[in-house]
Design a protein around this ligand. Structure first.
Ligand code: AHR
Length: 663
């Protein structure tokens, strides 16, 4: 964490004096036993859940700037979509045509491509508008690549074919036609060849276009037309948008769950997210419709997910379908769960086992060798594996889940299988899911809840009573939904209070992730989300700030503490981190400031410097607005604490006091 430097002592004392308020006003006393050994909890508690929803992947985290680069869009994703969506033919003095064809596919998984024909002299342009425009920055390098194949040169039918190469010009242009960068190519092969170049725009343009211009009579096949910023996160090829990836990294998540969500079990069996389809050369990956109403290129595939996890020091937590599809498949409104035929389960289970081998196996293993070939000989250290997501807990589900769970546990007892207990924190699926977990001794189950802020406050004791001999809990999806599903401070503080309860119960709740993580403005199917963005900006919410504060103040040992009174809307956790620092987290959900006396029993030092971080606003209804200063920002300063000290928790606030173990 970027803990700010402590203030010098006189200043720190001043800060303490300011924060201490009148000693006589502190009716509440928080007693923390700092000499107790405490309760060890898992250190992976706070992570993130990345689902390809809200254009989180294509058009979002995945840095590709060209939309429908492989001409594989289809009405299965969106009624009005065709293979040419996002592309436009523009005659520029010439006469030409744009077609879709499949006679010479680049790869069986990538069956369609565009044919650009010029009938007579003059230019014909093929234009891609990106994802609502291609955002470019002056002087930055952009890597253009595409596959091309000369179909014929000269006239198509008039016997005037020639052996000449066909010229093609690639330009970055503004929407009104100003040229920002240009490269020339010559297509001489009658077979697919990959061409590439670097384009460096001369001006910044938030919504430019890629323009491919043919200017000689003839026909060209084009596929996998790609434009990436050279500066991706950690400069990875086929990489991630640097600003968005950094915003996620700044949360310091201990794990990343991916790729869903409902996306995983899909809209019917053919729409399962199959991890093997998402590795290898991007032009050979099998793309498909996204059940959230758009398209998955899977350019951001399993290798890229695992690589990203490693880059940000988070554990990968992939989720595979449990052999059943989403119950909402096929517009059925909850009755459409399809079960993979039992005859196909052996092969399916082998796919799941292969995933473990791909992630962790030696380079000498079949799948470990594929990981190594992709540039990562070292294992990825996979520990957690989600099986299923919010499935209806039917007999068909149970049978298939059991087959998968038993196979993974037999072959890989080191893997923690995470089962599912339906979409809600109670109810029929929840009960059935838990019963299966008990019967099959599933090590962890995934609970989900999207509820009002009040529900979170009312359920702070939820896990206090959980039976520690049963499965551990992963709170895989949660968010407080305030009025109009806005990301208000009220919602964020309810989530903060919830997180203190999860920390206190960190012996049974092992993992937790807010949901969903990302949402593109204008392309959002679900609200609220943790981070909003558009093509040029990243807009974190107040819920993001809470997650950031918890991620950067992760703890390892919970210390016993008591509060003299139990007022409504006050939550806390008292703990040490792995370095032994004392970390007190206090959430005041009320509209009144709360004077508090904090007594640190067993605290040996007469005074000690500490850091104080406070997120607060008198109006709990505030929310961040895109591109504006945050409605409520974390204020961090140095203070001095003593074995007993007084502190006022502001109205509507999260306060974190961190006391380093060593003077
Ligand atoms: O987080 C959005 C969706 O909510 C997830 O896809 C699903 O698991 C849940 O219903």
């Amino acid at each position: 964490m970027s803990t700010p430097p402590f203030l010098s002592l006189p200043l720190a004392l001043l800060a303490f004096a300011t924060a201490a308020a009148s000693p006589a006003t502190a009716a509440l006393i928080l007693k923390v036993d700092t000499s107790a050994p405490g309760k060890p909890i898992g250190t992976d508690l706070v992570g993130v859940f990345f689902e390809d929803i809200n254009y989180s992947a294509d058009g979002g985290l995945y840095a590709e700037l060209i939309q429908n680069r492989s001409f594989e869009y289809s009405p299965l994703a969106r009624r009005e979509w065709t293979n040419l969506t996002a592309w436009e033919l523009a005659p520029r003095g010439g006469r030409g045509e744009l077609d879709v064809d499949g006679a010479f596919p680049l790869h069986p998984n990538n069956p369609h491509y565009a044919v650009l024909s010029v009938r007579d002299g003059g230019e014909v342009a093929l234009i891609n508008d990106g994802f609502d425009g291609v955002a470019l920055r002056a002087g930055e390098n952009y890597r253009l690549s595409f596959f091309a194949r000369r179909l014929y040169a000269g006239g198509r039918w008039d016997g005037q074919k020639s052996a000449s190469p066909l010229p093609l010009v690639a330009r970055l242009e503004t929407r009104d036609g100003a040229v920002l960068a240009e490269q020339h190519f010559s297509i001489a092969e009658d077979a697919w060849v990959k061409l590439s170049a670097t384009l460096t725009p001369t001006a910044t343009a938030p919504a430019a276009r890629l323009v491919l211009i043919a200017r000689e009579r003839g026909g060209l096949a084009l596929d996998e037309v790609s434009l990436f910023p050279a500066k991706t996160f950690r400069d990875r090829p086929n990489g991630l948008r640097a600003d968005l990836a950094q915003a996620i990294a700044d949360l310091r998540p201990r794990f990343v769950r991916f790729p869903g969500g409902c996306l995983v079990h899909g809209d019917g069996i053919p729409n399962f997210y199959r991890w093997k389809d998402t590795i290898g050369p991007v032009e050979q990956r099998r793309q498909q419709a996204n059940l959230w109403g758009y398209h998955q290129t899977v350019g951001l595939g399993y290798f890229e997910y695992f690589q990203f996890c490693e880059d940000i020091g988070a554990r990968p937590l992939p989720v595979v379908p449990a052999g059943v599809s989403c119950q909402n498949s096929g517009h059925t409104g909850g009755t459409g769960q399809q079960c993979l035929p039992l005859a196909d389960m052996d092969a399916y289970i082998q796919d799941v086992l292969d995933l473990v081998e791909w992630a962790n196996g030696p380079v000498t293993s079949t799948w470990g060798a594929k990981r190594a070939a992709a540039g990562h000989p070292e294992p990825f250290d996979l520990k957690y594996l989600g099986v299923g997501n919010e499935d209806r807990i039917t007999p068909g589900f149970r049978e298939r889940f059991e087959l998968i769970q038993r196979a993974v546990q037999a072959r890989h007892p080191e893997i923690v299988v995470i089962g599912t207990v339906g979409p809600a924190p109670d109810g029929e699926d929840f009960e059935r899911g838990w019963r299966i977990a008990d019967e099959l001794k599933v090590p962890m189950v995934d609970e989900h809840y999207y509820k009002s802020p009040g529900w979170f406050w009312d359920n702070l004791a939820r896990y206090d009573a959980y039976d520690r001999s049963r499965a551990q809990v992963y709170v895989g999806e949660y968010a407080a939904h305030d009025d109009n599903r806005r990301s208000t401070l009220r919602a964020a503080l309810a989530e903060a209070a919830h997180l203190t309860a999860l920390e206190r119960n960190g012996d049974v709740v092992a993992l937790a992730s807010y949901a969903p993580l990302l949402a593109k403005r204008g392309r959002t199917q679900w609200s609220p989300d943790l981070i909003y963005f558009d093509n040029t900006g990243v807009y974190p919410t107040l819920s993001y700030e809470v997650q950031r504060l918890f991620g950067n103040n992760a703890v390892a040992t919970v210390l016993p503490a008591t509060l003299s009174d139990a007022p409504a809307a006050l939550a806390f956790s008292t703990a040490r981190d792995t370095a032994g620092d004392l970390v007190l987290k206090l959430v005041n959900g009320s509209a009144a400031p709360r004077p508090l006396r904090i007594e640190l029993a067993g605290f040996a030092r007469a005074s000690a410097p500490a850091s104080l971080s406070v997120l607060a606003h008198p109006d709990a209804g505030v929310a961040n607005e895109d591109g504006r200063p945050p409605a409520a920002a974390t204020r961090t300063e140095g203070i001095v604490v003593a074995p007993a000290f007084e502190h006022v928790l502001p109205a509507h606030s999260l306060t974190i006091i961190r006391i380093p173990s060593a003077p």
